[in-house]
Design a protein around this ligand. Structure first.
Ligand code: HEM
Ligand SMILES: [Cu+2]
Length: 543
């Protein structure tokens, strides 16, 4: 070896730093540029969305009618498991991380991330992890079918060999997330432009700062849970093996100590995106800015102490059930504050309804439905009835799809003109929005009723009585899935050309990102923004 990897990268950085991106495909392999890395995260998220989406459509096609038409039960269970894991770890999380990579340096006036090379590694861990995860489908006994929660002993004693690959994939994705989180935290804390105080930071950057810390809490916990699975499987430990004195409920405690914060990892940056868009299209400053930040901090704290609301039916002491019920319900307070503040921001604003705003409004409205069904689930006696029914599936999809995913789409529409230098096709975007927002409700709303009527989740077949709800959901799901092709087409169109965007395509938008050209120069803020610019674009400069 004549050169270390580091010196190769140094050379590349040196040769190209003043001119722009490296030419050819190696640009993407070796890039340490936050915008390139952000783009790669977003592309990966889109690919995962398609792969996970195909799995969802197979699930919905099977459930169109009672009986088994397309899948065997074991394969059906693999599909639900892999759909969940794919959407959470490879679609939503990388989608939000992609937005962070692009926007956090732009919003704080930095020239790149704090650790540009670590940023490259954190991304490039993900494609191999994705392959490891999906490889299970091609193994002799198929992919794991124990659910995305991987409860023991389904994922220890009774799992196919592919579970080891999934555990490996989760470890890799976890390391990637931890490095990404550290990088974002350090960028925010160490690289802010002169004159930008912590409390002046844009809301998207704020929510990502807090999410970074939540990732540092959650991902090691998940790593511990799956490592214990692995040692139970291969090294003779019996953490979860009841016959040998172990306890399967222990797995659930550890898993959900990760799992509940995880749902907030997927929603807090979404709050951030919506908190950028609503003021921009209402042409007013965000109402109750400081309370918005405190609400996020309060939600983060509460999210770490409510994990057992996923376990009401495992036989917890009744005192514990009551405690977890009340702490869970407390989350409604800071969440309510946020929703109130978004509505108050719009109150008497000069509102317009371009695509980013439409998606943000749909987010506020539909996420609230998900919040209410969450409150219903938090009610212990009621949860005894809903637990593991389609009601839970309805709830979680209102929060993850019309919540996190809608916010990512809103963010893409909001920042796409900045990224590409072109306006997207507004007419096509309206079609995309209305088709999606109608079909998503056709898909998920009936699931509440199927669940209340008693249809269990994670089953390939069901009695006749649930047929109508399922037929409606399946039709909705196919329309929703195919509508997203419009989005992909629209993005490709916008990258290729279209009306010039200008530096500030949205007249109500504030923030340092809009002071740069569209697209921004390859090396973002080589000249740090002046304190005057920082002031004008911050909350105190609003006029
Ligand atoms: C913010 C985004 C949220 C996401 C992404 C989310 C996601 C999920 C997921 C994936 C499940 C299914 C667990 C399973 O496999 O059984 C679930 C269940 C549950 N969620 Fe949420 N949730 C969110 C918000 C909330 C809120 C705001 C509340 C309460 C105020 C809540 C309360 C519950 C409860 C109590 C369950 C357990 C249901 C059961 O096991 O029967 N969630 N959530
Ligand atoms: Cu939870």
């Amino acid at each position: 070896m004549s050169q270390t990897a580091d010196s190769v990268v140094d050379q590349i950085e040196h040769d190209h730093s003043h001119h722009g991106p490296r030419k050819g495909p190696l640009r993407w392999l070796l890039t340490v540029n936050h915008k390139d890395v952000g783009t790669m995260y977003l592309v990966l998220a889109l690919v995962a969305l398609l792969v996970g989406g195909v799995m969802a459509l197979v699930i919905r096609a099977e459930l169109f009618q009672p009986g088994l038409q397309l899948t065997q039960p074991q394969f059906f269970n693999s599909l639900t498991t892999m759909h969940g894991l794919t959407m959470i770890f490879l679609a939503i999380m990388p989608g939000l991380t992609g937005l962070a990579n692009w926007m956090v340096p732009l919003q704080v006036g930095a020239d790149d991330m704090y650790w540009p090379r670590v940023n490259n590694w954190a991304f490039w861990m993900l494609p191999p992890a994705a392959l490891l995860l999906w490889w299970g489908f091609f193994m002799p006994q198929g992919a794991p079918g124990g659910g995305w929660t991987m409860y023991a002993p389904l994922s220890s004693t009774y799992a196919p060999p592919s579970i080891d690959y999934v555990i490996m994939a989760i470890h890799i994705m976890g390391i990637s997330s931890i490095l990404g989180a550290l990088n974002i935290i350090l960028t925010i804390l160490k690289m802010r432009a002169k004159g930008m105080k912590l409390w002046d930071m844009p809301l998207f950057t704020w929510t990502w700062l807090i999410t970074g810390f939540l990732l540092l809490l959650a991902m090691p916990t998940l790593a511990i849970a799956v490592t214990m699975l692995l040692t139970d499987r291969h090294l003779g430990t019996n953490f979860f093996e009841a016959a040998a004195g172990g306890d399967p409920v222990l797995f659930q405690h550890i898993f959900w100590f990760f799992g509940h914060p995880e749902v907030y990892i997927m929603i807090l940056p979404a709050f951030g995106v919506v908190s950028e868009i609503v003021p921009a299209f209402s042409r007013k400053p965000l109402f109750g800015r400081t309370s918005m930040i405190w609400a996020v901090i309060a939600i983060t704290f509460l999210s770490a102490i409510v994990w057992a609301h996923h376990m009401f039916t495992v036989g917890l002491p009744v005192e514990a059930q009551v405690l977890f019920m009340y702490t869970t319900m407390l989350i409604a307070i800071p969440t309510g504050i946020k929703i109130f503040n978004w509505v108050a921001t719009m109150w008497r604003g000069s509102m317009t309804f371009e695509a980013p705003m439409l998606w943000a409004l749909a987010f506020i409205f539909l996420f609230t439905i998900g919040g209410f069904s969450g409150l219903m689930l938090a009610d212990v006696p009621a949860d005894y009835q809903y637990h593991d029914t389609y009601f839970v599936v309805a709830h979680l999809h209102y929060v993850v799809v019309t919540g996190s995913l809608f916010a990512i789409i809103a963010g893409v529409y909001y920042w796409l003109p900045k990224w590409t230098g072109h306006m997207y096709n507004e007419r096509l975007s309206q079609w995309h929005f209305w088709l999606s927002v109608i079909s998503v409700n056709v898909t998920f709303f009936p699931m509440h009723f199927a669940g209340l009527a008693g249809m269990p989740r994670r089953i390939p077949d069901y009695p006749m009585q649930f047929m109508d709800f399922n037929m409606i959901s399946t039709v909705g799901a196919f329309v929703f899935g195919f509508s997203q092709l419009l989005f992909i087409w629209l993005i490709i169109q916008t990258i290729r050309g279209g009306k010039e965007a200008g530096d500030r395509p949205w007249d109500g938008a504030k923030g340092l990102e809009w002071t740069l050209s569209s697209p921004p120069p390859y090396h973002t803020f080589t000249e740090p923004p002046s304190p005057q610019t920082v002031h004008n674009e911050g909350p105190h400069g609003y006029h």
